[in-house]
Ligand binder design. Structure first.
Ligand code: NAP
Length: 284
């Protein structure tokens, strides 16, 4: 039995579909009553629980031998450390952890240090593990920029002209589904990217061509990005993480592509052009 945390998010919803398609035995974890009902309506076994609530987590982990570990928000590091400990106690054998490109104890980015701490805890746990380190998700364009683009506003990011090897979250889900259902992935750290690195302006131009109107990208200074994210209600820790992430993009850290998706799944990564075409309705 596999437990999928993050099952309602950008990656997890596609992992649920991929595991369903494979006929795998799994249950989906969510904190939300509405998502619990929506998952059940799709024929998915769902369990209500919170990675930060040891009682619900212990119940959710009953009978589980493999865990897909994903969390989000400003407390994701401690949540994941607790979940690894709980998984060990519950007798889980194998954890596939969603980490991030650039996860490192030496990073200036607090998000990457938090991912690195969880990676180290997982390696030290004695559990079998696979770590997935994806680059930036194509789905961010829908989640974070589509409202502004629809309203005719520019895309503002402190990423300069730095390129990112954008990845489709469905490819991450396919890699996770493979690692959770097939042997031979234990102990691996997978750097996951799409096949083409583009800067924000280049993606905006391609989107603009599809929409038949200009989608401007405005590179902004770090301090302006930091203040804008805090102004939108993001806490300083997370906002600083996003600012330093894009400082890294400017230094070229997100540009290299890897062939790891094809190596694991046997399929080439989905392209950003296909993603934009499929999701054009979200921007128009
Ligand atoms: N976006 C990117 O470009 C990018 C790139 C590399 C790595 N990452 C990493 O990807 C992760 C985020 O993945 P995502 O974008 O797919 O997530 P997301 O769309 O932000 O959704 C968050 C998911 O986490 C679950 N969750 C949050 N807090 C939880 C808690 N306390 N207990 C149980 N579940 C909890 C939510 O479940 P419910 O709300 O249903 O409970 C939801 O399914 C982060 O670790 C991030 O660092 C992101």
């Amino acid at each position: 039995m596999i437990l999928v945390s993050g099952s309602t998010g950008k990656v997890g919803q596609h992992l649920v579909s991929a595991l369903k398609a494979k006929g795998a035995t799994f249950k989906a974890l969510t904190r939300s009553e509405a998502s619990l009902k929506a998952l059940a309506a799709q024929g998915v076994e769902a369990v209500k629980g919170d990675l930060g609530d040891p009682v619900s987590l212990k119940a959710a982990l009953q009978g589980v031998d493999k865990l897909f570990l994903l969390s989000a928000g400003s407390h994701f590091g401690p949540l994941e450390l607790g979940a690894i400990e709980a998984a060990k106690v519950a007798g889980v054998k194998n954890v596939v952890k969603l980490s991030a490109n650039g996860a490192s104890a030496d990073s200036s980015n607090p998000l990457m240090r938090a991912h690195a701490r969880a990676e180290r805890a997982l390696e030290a746990s004695g559990l079998a593990f696979t770590i997935l380190r994806p680059n930036s998700f194509m789905q961010n364009w829908v989640a974070f920029f589509s409202l502004g683009i629809t309203a005719g506003q520019p895309v503002y990011v402190n990423a300069g002209e730095g390129r990112l090897a954008w990845i489709d979250a469905r490819d991450i889900a396919d890699v996770a589904a493979t690692a959770l259902t097939k042997p031979g992935h234990e102990g691996f750290v997978y750097d996951l990217t799409g096949s083409e690195a583009l800067n924000y302006g280049e993606v905006a131009d391609r989107l603009g061509r599809l929409l038949g109107r200009e989608v401007p990208y405005v590179p902004v200074p770090d301090a302006a990005a930091f203040e804008a994210m805090k102004g939108m209600g993001m806490d300083a820790w997370y906002a600083y993480g996003m600012v330093t992430l894009h400082q890294g993009v400017r230094r070229g850290l997100a540009e290299p592509t890897t062939g790891t998706i094809e190596l694991v799944t046997g399929k080439a990564p989905r392209s950003i052009d296909a993603f934009l075409k499929e999701n054009i309705g979200a921007f128009s």
